[in-house]
Design a protein. Structure first.
Length: 67
């Protein structure tokens, strides 16, 4: 999935990865103001899934807005 240059997201990517690898975590949710980098972060995670060879039973990506 195309993902442009990401500046300052490395720490967040690492936090999400630690959660993904934690057997005690079943769901990860991202929320925040618009243009905060949530979609870009998820694109980075998506791209890393293939590189790192992780396999999950289900991966869902849902977008909810107040509109």
């Amino acid at each position: 999935m195309p993902c442009g240059e990401t500046v300052g997201l490395d720490l967040m990517v690492d936090k999400v990865w630690h959660s993904l690898e934690d057997d005690n975590v079943g769901i990860i949710g991202l929320y925040g103001m618009g243009v905060a980098g949530k979609t870009t972060l998820m694109k980075r995670i998506h791209n890393e899934l293939g590189k790192r060879g992780h396999s999950f039973d289900i991966v869902m990506w849902a977008v909810f807005s107040e509109d």
